[in-house]
Design a protein around this ligand. Structure first.
Ligand code: IVH
Length: 699
């Protein structure tokens, strides 16, 4: 969209403004500032190649805000400041699409595609048809209208004729430009269609957060994207990491005349034009083919690589490339005849619900788990599926013995899509959620407004065992060898009745146990010893405070020099910690007020477990302190090992190349990440050996 020269000019303009911001608080500077910020958004969100540091971006943004506060009359709809939502959406207005948002016909195999190719040729009278093939994004459909280059409206698909006006939410998706120079193509008004997507990574992170708050995770990125679009708080939408791919121009009105045809005469060229105008499109994964055999080959290629795509795709869409040929082929009231969806093999299978088991978590939460007739889906056999809480059982109308539909999308945990009540024989049984804890028989409780039943007996055996398992787990104290099975065994023998017992296990007795060799006992002792020096955030996370996941534990750690500092913190003080709101603060406060917590912490201290925040004391002395790393390409060592080394030295792992990145470590066959990093001068690029040298000195 921006040529290298334009980019250079914009960056140098930005630097100039930043050198002396006070000189630029005037009406004249608003326009270049808007342009610079739009360019920075495009570089970051569409190109994935940032050109400004975060602080620079923030500073430019606040200069523009200052100007607009002083001269409100110059605020325009496309100003980047208008992305900041001003309030909640009360209800979504129903709006008409300019043209119906048709659906696509589905095909499932090569024969279907041969037949469609034959029909296209027959209807068009063409002997040879050129096709454009691109991914079928599995997200939420959207329509955008631009008028005189400005984004006017964003709407959901709805029933295809009318959808919900979600303009404020659309404006939160930074890869959607607020302004695009359609005038360049003599276009006055345009409606474009696309798909709102959540990356697999953002989806996994979002679900992790839900799980840590005891909220059932979402089934797939599609539900996450469509749910996000319907949020009443646009600022909340901004936090969901959404992206937009635009893949179809559905309506155009020209400045010039009625019979206007746009400069682009093929679908592929329309994607190119949209990309040039600053939109994210399928262009990088779009292929133009002259023969249906090539189309079939590409469909197969993408089916094989779907798991390695950053987004969920559920098939490919094949479109007749030339608009003139599309017109000859035409459409039904339901779908265009010139386009076809090729659906990948379903990752769904039917099975039978055999039983429900109730698991007690470390916070006493009771999780129903469906035991199903084992079924093979997408490369794994599924026999157990978490149902999260009682409401899920009710919503899905499940009965024991039911035939059920199970889905497993990509790396996502399997879930029950639905039951088939119509297939019931009469032998099915109602699922009755227990009233008592299945382990300690304590009466279960469910506070008003919560969905999870709980056992409130803190000394419930199941909870104690789960707390010990969590404390020793990889992301907490990382005591290798002290896994689920051994914790249960030691508990049974009475060796391990609470967390502090980990540090005074009776190894003489343990040596007498069957199945535990000398070597594994030695390794376990070593791992326990080593855990005493773990960083404080791991201890805090390991204590299993309700609502405190790894990220919150790290933020909490940054606010203290010793764990006991939490004893004297008020709820207000706790709330000033990043990401800690009312609910989390109350939970932390309760936890540290409890005498059992104080006893446990004293015992851990006596055993020599590190409870100091060494990071703060030594701040800046580790070479890797707060330094950011990313690994790319094939390396000799396992990537997880390399990442663990960085984290053990207080460095951080980033997921992409940006100005926030300090070091890119490259293995064999490094690709686009390396290319991107080369363009950011502040990034240090090292090979694996250099990296090992670096960490040797950092230790
Ligand atoms: S083209 C008139 N292209 O799939 C044709 N649709 O199952 C307009 N979809 O309703 C649609 N990726 O929401 C098109 N590359 C792509 C797509 C795509 C996903 C969605 C779209 C459509 C649905 C049909």
């Amino acid at each position: 969209m921006y040529s290298t020269d334009e980019s250079r000019i914009l960056v140098s303009q930005a630097k100039k403004i930043l050198e002396n911001p006070s000189l630029h608080i005037n009406k004249e500077s608003a326009s270049p500032l808007k342009e610079i910020i739009q360019f920075a958004d495009w570089s970051y969100y569409v190109q994935d190649n940032p050109i400004l540091a975060d602080q620079e971006y923030d500073a430019l943004f606040s200069i523009l805000k200052k100007i607009e506060t002083q001269f409100p009359e110059i605020i325009t709809k496309d100003s980047p400041t208008q992305r900041i939502a001003k309030g909640l959406t009360k209800s979504f207005q129903v709006v008409h699409h300019l043209v119906p948002m048709l659906s696509l016909e589905n095909s499932y195999n090569a024969d279907d595609l041969y037949e469609w190719d034959r029909k296209c040729k027959e209807l068009s009278g063409e002997a040879l048809i050129q096709y454009c093939i691109e991914p079928k994004y599995d997200g939420a459909g959207i329509s955008l209208i631009y008028e005189n280059d400005i984004l006017q409206r964003g709407a959901t698909r709805g029933d295809g004729i009318q959808g919900d006006d979600i303009t404020p939410n659309t404006m939160q998706i930074r890869s959607i430009p607020l302004k695009a120079l359609f005038a360049k193509y003599q276009i006055k008004q345009i409606e474009i269609r696309g798909e709102i997507m959540m990356t697999k990574k953002s989806f996994a992170e979002y679900n992790q957060k839900l799980i840590s708050e005891n909220i059932p995770p979402l089934a797939n990125p599609r539900n996450a994207a469509s749910g996000s679009l319907r949020l009443k708080d646009p600022n909340e939408v901004a936090k969901r990491g959404l992206d937009a791919f635009l893949y179809h121009v559905s309506y155009i009105q020209s400045n010039e005349n009625e019979n206007f045809r746009p400069e682009f005469s093929t679908h592929y060229d329309s994607l190119k034009a949209l990309s040039t105008l600053g939109f994210k499109t399928p262009i990088e994964n779009a292929h133009v083919c002259n023969h249906i055999e090539d189309v079939i080959r590409i469909c197969n290629e993408y089916e094989n690589k779907r798991d390695s795509m950053p987004y969920e795709i559920d098939g490919m869409v094949i479109k007749v490339n030339a608009y003139s040929v599309q017109d000859k082929i035409g459409q039904t009231s339901h779908h265009p005849r010139w386009a076809m969806a090729y659906k990948f093999k379903a990752r769904q299978a039917s099975s039978q619900l055999l039983a429900i088991e109730y698991q007690v978590g470390r916070t006493g939460s009771i999780t129903p788990v469906a035991k199903i007739q084992p079924v093979y889906i997408g490369g794994v056999t599924v026999s157990s599926i978490s149902l999260f809480n009682e409401d899920v059982i009710k919503e899905k109308n499940l009965m024991l013995g039911d035939t059920i539909l199970v889905e497993r999308a990509g790396d996502v945990i399997p879930y029950i899509v639905k039951s088939f009540p119509e297939l019931r024989t009469g032998n099915e049984q109602e699922i009755i959620f227990p009233k008592q804890c299945p382990v300690c028989s304590q009466t279960l409780t469910k506070p008003v407004g919560e969905a999870v039943w709980r056992c409130t007996h803190v000394n419930c055996e199941a909870q104690i065992i789960e707390r010990i398992i969590h404390f020793a787990s990889k992301d907490a104290m990382d005591i290798r060898g002290l896994g689920d099975a051994l914790v249960r065994r030691f508990y049974e023998y009475g060796f391990l009745k609470n967390i502090q017992n980990i540090y005074n296990l009776p190894f003489q007795q343990i040596q007498q146990l069957d199945g535990l060799g000398e070597k594994s006992i030695y390794n376990l002792q070593e791992a326990i010893e080593k855990s005493k020096t773990q960083a404080l955030h791991r201890v805090i996370f390991g204590l299993g405070i309700r609502y405190v996941g790894e990220t919150t534990a790290k933020a909490m750690t940054r606010s203290v020099t010793h764990i006991k500092d939490f004893y004297s913190k008020t709820i207000e003080e706790l709330k000033s910690i990043e990401d800690v709101g009312e609910k989390v603060a109350a939970s932390i406060f309760d936890f540290f007020s409890h005498p059992d917590t104080k006893y446990l912490i004293d015992e851990l201290e006596k055993s020599g477990v590190n409870l100091q925040n060494e990071k703060i004391e030594n701040e800046g002395t580790h070479a890797l302190f707060e330094k950011t790393f990313l690994f790319t390409g094939t390396m000799q060592m396992k990537r997880s090992e390399a990442e663990a080394i960085v984290e053990s030295l207080d460095g951080k792992i980033l997921s992409g190349v940006s100005t926030k990145l300090n070091y890119l470590i490259v293995g064999e066959n490094a690709g686009s990440k390396l290319e991107k990093a080369k363009k950011i001068s502040s990034i240090i690029i090292l090979n694996e050996n250099d990296f090992l040298e670096l960490v040797k000195f950092a230790k």
